[in-house]
Ligand binder design. Structure first.
Ligand code: HEM
Length: 299
């Protein structure tokens, strides 16, 4: 059976039979009709492509902790792929003034970011001595070359041309990131909503997007107007707070990362060729939505 037929079959197979009357003697009894043949349907592992997913856990050394190191990176990349999808869709909805689905997606982004931040707790069970057992194996590889991480940053508005450098030999990723760097971020789209409401002069909107946003007095004044009159501008106010949630979580991720890195490699240069902790401390200063933090002082 071809995969389309399997999908059609799987789709028609969705049944909501009434559950057996309670009480049930045992779990084994309750599971007596559990499916055991999957010739005409997806199974759990075939649907999820588990062999491919778990096959990607391929340590290069015998070091016990290398599996943990790979698994944490995979977990983070899987969450990032979801976040990219949600942020891109939220931005599109906002551009069409569809606030409700955009807010739902931003909430999901925040929850996923929390999972990403918590993952550091597992990685911290690895010591510098454990790490040194396999560090030699992965050469110049570094999260600095994560195209998904850069996509998240670019969608949120932290864009700088130097970030494209590690993708020089990967034309597909380079092209995708270059397109993102020149397109309005979710914050740029939010600011155009302020302009459409008459809270911000259109001249205050950026027309070139390939840099980190710089705080702008007119944008700040527009957010002040929103926060001083939340009832009239509830949707914009709600959007602003959702964006603050996302930046708050992003900062936590960065902070947890740099602290974990300091624990593991001290002040050595990074495998990606940067100054290591000194570089990661510097990027902690980046502010994604500057006026949304400044507005608090003005109220
Ligand atoms: C043993 C654990 C880790 C160490 C020692 C470490 C170290 C570093 C260092 C030193 C940098 C600076 C760039 C460079 O390599 O020169 C960096 C960047 C980065 N790392 Fe890690 N890292 C670790 C775990 C992770 C994990 C689990 C992730 C998850 C994907 C990750 C994602 C990133 C990203 C996205 C950057 C770029 C940050 C930026 O440019 O703002 N790292 N890492």
């Amino acid at each position: 059976m071809g995969s389309t037929e399997v999908q059609a079959k799987a789709g028609s197979d969705v049944i909501n039979e009434p559950s057996q009357a309670l009480p049930i003697a045992s779990a084994e009894d309750a599971a007596k009709n559990a499916h055991a043949s999957f010739k005409d349907s997806f199974s759990y592992s075939s649907y999820l492509r588990l062999e491919q997913l778990l096959g990607a856990q391929a340590p290069l050394t015998e070091a016990h902790d290398e599996t943990l190191f790979i698994a944490i990176h995979h977990v983070q990349e899987v969450w990032m792929s979801l976040i990219i999808k949600e942020l891109a869709a939220a931005t599109e909805h906002l551009a069409k003034h569809e606030f409700d689905p955009a807010m739902k997606m931003l909430s999901r982004v925040s929850r996923a970011q929390e999972q990403m931040s918590n993952a550091w707790e597992v990685l911290k069970t690895m010591t510098p001595a454990d790490y040194l057992m396999f560090r030699h194996a992965f050469g110049k590889a570094s999260g600095f070359q994560s195209w998904q991480y850069r996509s998240v940053e670019f969608l949120l508005g932290n864009r700088q041309r130097y970030m494209l450098k590690p993708f020089a030999e990967q034309p597909e990723h380079h092209a995708r990131l270059s397109a993102l760097i020149d397109a309005p971020s979710i914050y740029d789209v939010s600011l155009s909503l302020l302009a459409e409401r008459g809270l911000l002069a259109p001249a205050a909107l950026r027309s070139k997007f390939d840099d980190v946003p710089v705080a702008n007095a007119a944008v700040l004044a527009a957010w002040v107007a929103v926060y001083r009159n939340t009832e009239s501008h509830w949707d914009l106010y709600y959007l602003a707070e959702k964006l603050v949630d996302v930046e708050d979580n992003f900062r936590r991720w960065r902070f947890n990362h740099v602290t974990t890195v300091e624990r593991l490699i001290g002040y050595k240069p990074g495998s990606g060729g940067t100054a290591g902790v000194a570089y990661l401390r510097k990027v902690l200063d980046v502010v994604l939505f500057p006026e949304l933090w400044q507005v608090r002082t003005e109220l």
